[in-house]
Write a protein that binds this ligand. Sequence first.
Ligand SMILES: Nc1nc2c(c(=O)[nH]1)N[C@H]1C(S)=C(S)[C@@H](COP(=O)(O)O)O[C@H]1N2
Ligand SMILES: [Mo]
Length: 435
Amino acid sequence: MQPESWRSIPLVSRLTAAAKPLARRGFLKLSAALTGSIALGANSGSAEPAPASPPADAPWSQSLGAGVVDRPYGRPADHEAGVIRRNVPWLTATTESSISFSPLQDLHGIITPNGLFFERHHAGRPDIDPDQHRLMIHGLVERPLVLNMKDILRFPQVTRIHFIECAANGGMEWRAAQLNSLQFNHGMISCAEWSGVRLSTLLEEVGVKKQAKWAMVEGADGAHMNRSLPLDKCLDDCIVVYAQNGEALRPEQGYPLRLVVPGWEGNVNIKWLRRIKLGDKPWFSREETSKYTDPMPDGTSRGFTWLIDAKSVITFPCPEKPLDRAGLYEIRGLAWTGNGKVKRVDVSTDGGINWQTARLHEPVLSKALTKFTLPWHWDGQPALLESRVIDETGYVQPTIAQLRNSRGSNSVYHNNAIQTWQIKPDGSVFNVQLA
Ligand SMILES: Nc1nc2c(c(=O)[nH]1)N[C@H]1C(S)=C(S)[C@@H](COP(=O)(O)O)O[C@H]1N2
Ligand SMILES: [Mo]
């Protein structure tokens, strides 16, 4: 059951093979039902039977622990030191224009801890004094304003959970599977609870002139990174945020102020936000002409491709988290869509021939990560794991072959293809692509 033999299966049969969901049962019921038939060593909970007496005291149970003030700002256990953001050194010329990928393989929920949120900077991470920071709103407005942080904090506050995904997430995979890693192929997505003020509230304060159709949003970093946004989106659900998971934004995420544009490509979520100018047409900045456009097979380019289409990925097992031994597991993963809510996630263990519907975990929020799971009895045989999300608009996550059919293979951005993980009999997991 090597991927080569799956490649010969016509695409059509992979896609139309009827999903015959097994009768869904609870994990425990399934576990009980399988216990009889699984060989010893199956993953059915505890690995060794408990002895009659309590365990002997480990060294840390025989002395006082550390006092409460030794860590005025908390940090993870020292044993979790390997759970960190990582970059791919050959990807960019300098670390100031680089990307750090979030370790999705070690995360368990839909919220990314602040220290593990992926980073993408075009001119490094500025160190901004919040007392000196200003947000200017001008252009086609009635009352141009310069706001300081205190002014911004006085506006009515909203708190929302949203993902941010760089449009280049998975960009290294357009031509072929390259890196054997969940972190490097999918780690340019993170999700946080953001607090701030609606952009519509700020625009109401300055008064939008009738001719205004677009907003130019600009950062205070050395890149002065800027993008054009249609006014409709600005008035819909954009938020100017100062907090991330309950505390002030991290410097990496735009301290003291950033724009969150829910469901749209990471690049428009301008960090270190310092200026919003309204106009009647787009600005055609570097980031929406030379970059963040998609060269198509016919020689034209797709531009203003803001929306993050529905995407999902299995986070366990994955190359970084192989299987231990045959037995019962829970396949776990994340799904998201810029279109709103995730409606359904299907999981296949045979490279997309048969699909079972996974369980979605609450909360299922609009433009946020959604967690899914499916119990799986691994028989120790080769397998090809895939997940496929369907969002509330009915959009179905495509295969990489379908994406290449419609967009060619010269793209970098907006690769939302189904990820295939190949499981080998020793439990190791590999990044592969099926034709
Ligand atoms: N001012 C400014 N805003 C920026 C960037 C930047 O370099 N400068 N990078 C953009 C890109 S390409 C992405 S993907 C997101 C990344 O946000 P994060 O670093 O908080 O994950 O920020 C966007 N906003
Ligand atoms: Mo990005």
